[in-house]
Write a protein that binds this ligand. Sequence first.
Ligand code: TXA
Ligand code: MG
Length: 320
Amino acid sequence: MAEIIAVGEAMQRALALLEGGDVVAIPTETVYGLAGDATNGVAVARIFEAKGRPRFNPLIAHVADLAMADRIALFDPLSSRLAAAFWPGPLTLVLPQRAENGIHPLVTAGLGTIALRMPRGFGGELIARLGRPLAAPSANSSGRISATTAQAVAADLGGRIRLVVDGGATPVGVESTIVKVEDGKLRLLRPGGIAAGEIEAVAGAKMLRGATGIEAPGMLASHYAPGASMRLNAERVGVDEALLAFGPSRAEGWRQAVALKNLSEVGDLREAAANLFSYMQALDRSGAASIAVEPVPFDGLGEAINDRLARAAAPRDKIA
Ligand code: TXA
Ligand code: MG
C-alpha cells in the first residue's frame, strides 16, 4: 500500500522516486495529480498503467516557471497574456511544441501540440527542484471521480503506487480550465477551475466553445463516474435515492433521501466545485442505486460543475 506523507515532510522522498522514474501522487490547487517525469518514457508509461487509462488520451505537462514553459512550447501573444494573468493557477494552455524539447512522445500521444500548466504550491516547488516538467493526470483510475484528498487517492490507487503526498483537501476541487488559441481565436476545450468569463475578460473576447480536432479534454462521454447512476436537474427525490443538493431550498421529497450532501448551502459555486468530487464519492458509498442531483446554475464555475455532472451521468458503456 502507498505511504501517505504530509507535504512538509515529503519533498526528498518524492524527488527520489521521481528521479528513479517512479510515479508519485501530489496535491495541486485543483485535484490530486499522479505525477511522473515527463521526459522519461518509463515514468509516463507507469502513469498510464496505474490509472488504467487509454493511451490515446494525452497528458498535461506541469512546469515550475515561464522559462521552463518556453523551452517546451511556442507561445503566441494571447497565450502569453493568459499565462501572465493566471499562472500559477488552474489554467492549462494547449500550445505548439518546440522541436527536441525533451518531452517524451507518450505524454502528448504523439500530437504536435502540448497541454501546459503551472500549478501552485507543493507541485510547483517539486518541479523546480527536479528541474524537469511533470506529466500529471488526475490521480484516479480511468473513468472514475477525480480525487480531492490524499485518502481518496490512496483508496483508489494505493495498491498500485508507492507515495501519496498529503496536502489536505484541494482548494479548487475541479480540474484546470483548458484553452487553446486557434488562428488568433481562443477556444475553450474543457471548462474548469477558472471561470470562462474571467479568461474572456483578460482576452478581451468571447471564447469559441466545443472541441474540434482531437476530442481531448476527458472527452470520453462517461467520465468521472461513480458506481451509482446519476439523475441530473432532479425536481424530486425518488425511492432509494441519495440527494446531491445545491443552495438553500430542497427538491421535493428530500426527507426520504438515503443520504444527503449539499454542495453549498448558500449557493456559492466556488464552494460547490471544491466539494463536488468528494460529495459524489460520499453519496456513492451510501450504497444508493441512484443519486438525484438538484439543478446547479451554469454561470461562473457552474459551467465546469455541470460538465463534470453530465459526464458522471452519461451511459456507462462509454467507459474505456
Ligand atoms: O487540474 C488539472 O488539470 C489536473 C491536475 C492534476 O493538474 N490534471 C488533469 O489532467 O486534469 P488529465 O490528464 O486528467 O486531463 C488532461 C486533459 C485531458 O482531457 C487531455 O485530453 C487534455 O488535457 N489534453 C492534453 N494534451 C492535449 C492537447 N495537446 N490538446 C488538447 N487537449 C489535450
Ligand atoms: Mg482526469
